[in-house]
Structures are given as C-alpha cells and as structure tokens.
Design a protein around this ligand. Structure first.
Ligand code: PFF
Length: 462
C-alpha cells in the first residue's frame, strides 16, 4: 500500500480538547494518586517536590514535545515512526522497547488498578470502614496475597480497558476521556475541600510546601527523575502514539506544556487531598506503597461522612488508572494494526488478553508464588523494576538522542512546532542533545547499580 493510501484511513482526534484530555488522561493515573503521595512522604515532602518540579521542567516537557512531534510528523505508531524518520537504521528498536514496556507496565498496572476497583466496592458496601484501623494492614496484605480474588478484579479492569480501546480513537478513547477526565477533576476537588477543612490539616500543608533540604538524599533525586518519566507517560511511545492522531493545525509546544502542568498540578492537589487528612488524624506520611490502601481508610474511618469520601477516593483512583491503562494498551494495538494489518478489534482483544495473562504471575507473586524470585525480587517487583527503572528511562534517552541528533538539526527544528530559529527552539534541541541524556544516563546507571561501580572505579567512592 502506498504511504498516501495507508494514511488515508488512519484515525484522528475529533477535537483539540479531546486530544488534550486523552493525553492528560494518560499522564494522570496511579502515578499521581498512589505513587506520588507515598514517595513524597518517604523522601521528606517539600524538598522532594521541588526537585521533582525541576525534573518535569528540564526533562519532562522537552521529551513530551519530542514524542508528540515524532508521532504527529509521521502519523505512525511507536515503531513505524522511527522507521519513517530514519529508514534502514536501527532506531526503530526504541519503538520495540516501547511496545515491550507497554506489555510489562500494563500487566502489573492492571493488578494495582484491580485492587482499587475492589476497594471501591468494599468502600461502597461499608465493609472497608468496618475493619478496625489496626487490622487494615493485615486486611490489605491478606487480600493482595489471595490467589483468585485480585486476579478476577484485574480481569474486570482489563475487560473495561479492552472494550473502550476496541471502539477506536474518536468513539472509544476520546469519548471516554471526555467523560471521565472532568469527572476526575470534580472528585478530586471535593476531596481537597474535605481534606483542607479538617481541623489540624495545616500541618499537612506545611509538610507539602515548606522544604527541609536536609531530608533530600541522592536517592531522592533519582526517584524524582524516574517518577517524572512514569508520571508523564514518557519513554514507551505512548505520547508518540497519541501524537500520531493529532491533526496538523494543533500547537504541540502548548499541548506538551499544558499536559505536563496538568499532570503535575494533579499530583500536587492529590497531595493536598491526602496529607492534610493524614496529619489531621496523626497518621504516618511515610507508610510506603500501602499508604492509600492501609493508612487512608483509617483516616476515612475517623472523618465525618468518611464512607462517602472513601467511595469517592477509590473511585478517583480507579478512573485515573483506567484512562492511563487505555493509553498503554493503544501502543501495542497501533503497532500490530499497522505491522500485521490486524483489525483494531483483533489487535485489542488478543493483546489485551495476553497482557492480562502476563499480569497473573505478578498478582500471584504477592501471595502463593512469593517464593519465586528473579534477582532477589518477586515477579511483580521485578517487572516493575525492569519496565519503570530501566526500559522507560532508556526509551526516554533514545528518544531525546533521536530528535537531538539522528534526524538532523533542520528536521528537528521543524517538527516541534516551535518558532524557526528562535531561542526556545534552540534551547529545546540543546536539552535533547545534552541536558536530558546526561541526567537520564545518571539515573539509569544508578538504578542498575552501575553508577556505584563506575564511581568506585574512578576513585570517587570508597
Ligand atoms: N502516567 C501513568 C501514571 O502516572 O499512572 C502511567 C503510565 C502511563 C506510564 C503510560 C507510562 C505510560 F506510557
């Protein structure tokens, strides 16, 4: 099929708002409401947030623009876009990594999203708040360690994701994001007002906004950068794929900035909904991954109308996870549709099912299969580590180098949609050429333990 014909039938977003909401829906997810609060709590609050904001501005926004630009320019999926811009060169491997990351991330993302769905129903029935606060930890551990229950919730979640993606860009992804994203905003707003009006909440606000730089460790900086990637959905071709459905008349720099700001704003406001309430009831903000499943239900228990707010909260997480999961599934779906000429229906059902099946060992590794480890990690943690801390940064690094160096300066300056020859355009290219690659490389080396080896070898570390 000639290029023209192949693209004729390709889907596009119906409106600019639809595209923006879908990209925001991708970025805003478990990363914002589950992970951001607990890592902020673990790494000391405001000082961590400042470093995170710097990472978003310095690396996040430029790479998001790079991904949108690659996608929009080629109108191709995560693999095809690299092939089109550098034919015959091995850069398309970046896209292959992206497709693999999508498989891995969605497999365990679906597991956590399943927990959120289950907790929503537990909150609705009143069962959740009936659990004594000191038993909430055991309850959560017992639930995720059960074999069948969590897998059925994961199955339900993945089925919803599949049903939406099967409908396509306009009628599925765009339509549902247009409904779910405003709903998400409203839910969050209600929860913030609740958190902030509790007596004693100001301590939580201070925790978020008055920095204590002594709490800032080297590890905290690395976690901040890694999380910026995960939270903005970068490094695995999601924004390339979404960018490939963007019509020519949309301004990409504004879109990249807007989506990044919305994602960051959402994480901060989610923090404002959670920390004041935690402090108001004297709970520990550094409780780790169980924070929202163990500590928060105890908070809801003590709060007037706690059941109502607990339902809203777990609904918020489920919806946020859904709009992100949709964007992750679309990466392999778009690739298989082009590469193997599968219909959208076939690609979505087959790939969605395989990803669900691949998530089962992740779920089981928290219970029945906990004895099975890979490099000392359970299956869930091993997949999360490989995807989030190795493949995503690697994908981001290669994407930056690709636009910064591989496609030629002229092409790079042209596809981002920034003013030709302007300062911002030059700054963008310099960031992609040098700043982002160096910073990402440091994170990558440190998360694989190679940084220690190198520092010791050159005598900078004992
Ligand atoms: N950004 C999503 C979140 O914060 O939960 C997760 C995610 C989506 C990561 C898409 C990567 C991705 F490509």
């Amino acid at each position: 099929m000639s290029k023209g014909l192949a693209q004729q039938g390709r889907e596009q977003w119906k409106s600019r708002t639809g595209f923006m909401l879908a990209a925001m829906g991708s970025a805003i997810g478990l990363g914002n409401i589950w992970k951001f609060p607990y890592i902020t709590g673990e790494y000391g609050g405001a000082a961590f947030i400042i470093v995170y904001l710097i990472c978003i501005a310095l690396i996040g926004i430029p790479i998001m623009l790079a991904e949108f630009a690659i996608g929009r320019n080629t109108q191709k999926d995560a693999v095809g876009s690299f092939q089109e811009l550098t034919p015959g060169k091995p850069w398309f491997i970046t896209g292959i990594f992206g497709v693999i990351s999508a498989f891995l991330i969605l497999s365990f993302y679906g597991v956590v999203a399943g927990w959120a769905l289950s907790y929503t129903t537990k909150a609705m029935s009143g069962d959740l708040l009936a659990i004594p606060p000191d038993k909430l930890g055991d309850h959560f551990g017992g639930f995720i360690g059960t074999s069948l229950g969590p897998i059925l919730w994961q199955l339900l979640f993945m089925a919803i994701v599949i049903v939406i993606v099967v409908k396509g860009i306009k009628e599925g992804i765009e339509k549902w994001n247009k409904i779910l994203m405003p709903a998400l905003g409203v839910l969050l707003l209600i929860l913030v007002v609740r958190g902030l009006t509790l007596p004693g909440s100001s301590e939580g606000v201070a925790f978020l906004f008055s920095p204590d730089f002594s709490a800032l460790t080297g590890e905290a900086i690395l976690v901040a950068l890694g999380h910026a990637f995960f939270s903005l959905s970068l490094g695995m071709g999601t924004m390339i794929t979404y960018g490939s459905y963007v019509p020519k008349n949309i301004n990409l720099p504004t879109a990249a900035t807007g989506v990044s700001l919305a994602d960051t704003g959402f994480a901060l406001v989610a923090g404002l909904a959670i920390f004041p309430a935690l402090f108001a009831f004297g709970m520990d903000p550094g409780a780790g991954p169980g924070l929202i499943f163990i500590t928060l239900p105890a908070v809801f228990d003590l709060m007037p109308f706690g059941q109502f707010f607990s339902v809203l909260f777990f609904l918020l997480i489920s919806v946020a996870a859904l709009t992100s999961a949709i964007s992750i599934l679309e990466v392999p779906v778009a690739y298989f549709m082009r590469k193997f000429e599968w219909t959208r229906k076939k690609a979505t059902w087959i790939l969605g099912t395989i990803i669900f099946l691949f998530g089962i060992p992740s779920s089981l590794s928290l219970g029945a299969w906990s004895g099975f480890t890979i490099f000392g990690k359970g299956f869930f943690d091993a997949v999360d580590f490989l995807a989030s801390y190795i493949l995503l940064p690697l994908g981001g690094l290669l994407t930056a180098l690709f636009v910064g160096w591989a496609i030629g300066k002229k092409k790079a300056e042209e596809i981002g949609g920034l003013a030709a020859g302007g300062f911002v355009n030059k700054l963008w290219i310099v960031t992609l050429r040098f700043i982002a690659p160096v910073l990402i490389l440091i994170v990558l080396l440190s998360s694989t333990g190679l940084l220690d080896v190198i520092l010791k070898a050159i005598g900078l570390k004992g």
